[in-house]
Design a protein around this ligand. Structure first.
Ligand code: SF4
Ligand code: SF4
Length: 176
């Protein structure tokens, strides 16, 4: 039996989530001094200037990290607000899972809306795809789907309220 069932429950959330790796919550992961850029590159991460890598993460397989035991420092340290609430015993696992599902539904809606725009590159993070869609529309006659802007506003408000930490309003996985 685990000595910390609440933390076990929080860890189970991640197995069903992956939002902090998929490009939905963040654009970039910064390496820290303890990280070995060469070793991470050899494991398939595309490290830029020895300092960061973009999301969606190349190591993400479905919703799981493909190099979990060797993942970079920031990935080890990051705990979203749902994870923290469950790990502290202050939030029910089922409630946190419901919020993750709601985020995933909203992201799927965004994917559908972005598919018909210039922001349809799945290898880019969501915020970047959205910005590309807006920029593309301003230079073309093709209108954006009317739901796109309000859907993005709703999604970002949900992610801010339930996943990101209050002082992190940039897209960098860089809070300390
Ligand atoms: S967003 Fe939270 S629950 Fe989801 S994988 Fe990241 S830490 Fe885990
Ligand atoms: S290395 Fe693993 S934990 Fe870190 S962003 Fe990529 S998939 Fe997520």
């Amino acid at each position: 039996m685990s000595p910390d069932p609440d933390r076990d429950a929080a860890t189970r959330l991640c197995l069903d989530c992956g939002l902090c790796c998929s490009g939905a919550l963040f654009d970039v992961v910064k390496l820290q001094p303890a990280d070995n850029a060469k070793a991470l590159t050899a494991r398939g991460l595309k490290i830029k200037q020895g300092q960061w890598f973009n999301q969606p993460c190349a190591a993400l397989a479905g919703r799981l990290c493909g190099l979990y035991r060797d993942r970079p420092s920031r990935c080890r340290l990051f705990e979203c607000r749902q994870y923290q609430g469950v790990a502290a015993g202050e939030l029910a696992e089922v409630e946190a899972l419901d919020r993750i599902r709601q985020a995933q539904r909203q992201i799927r809606d965004m994917e559908r809306l972005l598919a018909s725009t210039q922001g349809n590159n799945l290898r880019k993070p969501l915020a970047q795809r959205y910005a590309t869609a807006l920029a593309g529309a301003s230079q073309s006659d093709k209108p954006l789907p009317p739901e796109l802007v309000p859907a993005m506003a709703r999604l970002q408000a949900w992610l801010d309220e339930h996943f990101r930490h209050p002082l992190v309003r940039t897209s960098l996985l860089d809070e300390s």
